[in-house]
Design a protein around this ligand. Structure first.
Ligand SMILES: [Mn+2]
Length: 465
């Protein structure tokens, strides 16, 4: 945990925020969640907003923040003798409260009665949209709602205030993100060096998970580690690497305080890019580097996204995959055949930071609406950037047979796409290059140690073994 004053300061900002103005804020910590029977739970992961304002990384807790008095009560149970026998000594509820700078504690069993009292006296209880079924049921029970009503009654004003706080990373958080990327870099260097013919995706994915466990606090999400990089969130590891494949690894470790790394690199199996692979790789790299260079406070991420798409399209025209004028092609959305996703997202305690609070609340300013154009519709982050934001920058270029078949049959954007040339590239898979970037007062800084991405450097690592 950070120092108690870190959490006191963060809660003070919540108390002083313009909205919500009155009532109580209920923050539920996560519970252990059974995998196949109750005594065999999934690894515990605390709720990120609970971690942000309380820091306590243990199951079975809740906090009630009184917006009128500025006081916080931590609810939890003390370890029983049985807990000590089976799981060892653990901190008490008061130990956790001290670490979080909280002066009032109560037993978990009194939360329901305290909430009933608040409701009886007409005080609003603000809570976040639940993403776990158990929380939905608990909120329904505590607040006398049906489970279906819970999602509608979640507080969007609370979400907006929390998003405003968590978007601006403090220096202790940047240190954590650097730490996460350092472990993530270790994973990627391993993958680049071991992209050898005969290695299986499963072996590699297993070793990456082991590195994340051994040097960090585990994975920040289920990695993609595949020669089918054109499957955007590919979570299967059934292939054996073969000379001439491109291996795409999108993986990240978490830091000790649960901040997420999220990096993508691509390696040529066997150590050499083919000329087609190299051309596509260089197109994506140019788009990525030029997007990072274009980042500045005040500029919208939507603008940076469109800039990256235009740079990519210029290269695809040079390669012969596209034709016409690059900015017109991007405006029409023709490039989305190759890049159907957004340039990036916020990064922090979650890999898709705060996505549980509402993707559009996190990524779009009130005066921005999400496009319904294919490709642009998938842009998670569009709002103006500010110093302290940490974002991913991750353009890609993919050859997705089903999408190509459909667009070709419809002759979609045929004035911008050379479908005959596109067919020659089917089977190449996908290329994505991703770094984690801090928006600064003067521009942007890539977090963590250098992870090779220049094509020659990637070839050198991949062929060194
Ligand atoms: Mn990402």
């Amino acid at each position: 945990m950070f120092s108690p004053s870190t959490y006191v300061d963060r809660r003070r900002r919540l108390f002083e925020a313009d909205e919500p103005a009155r009532g109580l804020v209920l923050l539920l910590g996560n519970e252990l969640s059974a995998m196949n029977y109750a005594d065999n739970p999934y690894p515990f992961r605390q709720d990120s907003t609970f971690l942000y304002y309380l820091g306590v990384d243990a199951p079975g807790l809740a906090a009630l923040l009184d917006l009128e008095t500025g006081s916080t009560c931590l609810y939890g149970a003390n370890p029983s003798l049985d807990d000590v026998i089976w799981r060892g000594e653990h901190p008490t509820r008061d130990d956790y409260a001290d670490a979080a700078g909280v002066s009032t504690t109560a037993d978990r069993s009194s939360l329901a009665a305290d909430l009933a009292d608040a409701r009886a006296s007409g005080r609003p209880v603000h809570f976040l949209p639940p993403y776990r079924p158990g929380h939905k049921l608990r909120l329904a029970d505590h607040l006398d709602l049906t489970p279906a009503q819970v999602a509608d009654r979640a507080s969007s004003s609370l979400c907006r205030t929390i998003i405003a706080h968590r978007s601006q990373k403090e220096s202790v958080e940047i240190d954590q993100l650097e730490d996460a990327v350092e472990t993530t870099a270790r994973m990627h260097r391993y993958a680049l060096r071991h992209a050898r013919p005969g290695t299986t995706e499963r072996e590699l994915a297993g070793t990456l998970a082991g590195l994340a466990d051994a040097h960090g606090a585990g994975l920040s999400f289920r990695p993609t580690c595949s020669v089918h990089g054109e499957v955007l969130h590919n979570h299967e590891y059934n292939n054996t690497l073969d000379t001439g494949n491109l291996l795409l690894v999108d993986a990240g470790a978490t830091s000790p305080h649960h901040y997420a790394g999220d990096i993508t690199r691509v390696a040529p199996v066997g150590g050499r890019f083919s000329s087609r692979q190299r051309a596509v790789y260089e197109a994506v790299l140019e788009a990525q580097v030029s997007a990072i260079d274009a980042i500045e406070a005040g500029r919208t991420f939507r603008d940076i996204h469109l800039h990256a798409c235009t740079v990519l399209t210029e290269h695809l025209i040079d390669i012969g995959l596209m034709k016409g004028e690059a900015s017109a092609a991007v405006e029409a959305g023709a490039h989305a055949l190759f890049l159907p996703h957004g340039l990036g997202h916020m990064l922090g305690l979650d890999a898709h930071d705060m996505e549980n609070l509402g993707e559009d609340l996190v990524g779009y300013a009130p005066d921005q609406t999400r496009s319904d154009q294919f490709g642009l519709h998938a842009l998670r982050l569009a709002r103006p950037l500010a110093p302290g934001f940490v974002v991913t920058v991750e353009p890609g270029c993919y050859f997705i047979p089903a999408l190509i078949d459909q667009w070709r049959a419809d002759q979609r954007h045929a004035r911008f796409i050379n479908y005959d040339t596109v067919e020659d590239f089917v089977g190449l898979g996908g290329v994505r290059i991703e770094d984690d970037v801090l928006v600064t007062e003067t521009g942007a800084r890539v977090l963590g140690p250098n992870i090779p991405k220049a094509p020659d450097a990637v070839e050198a690592l991949a062929s060194a073994g």
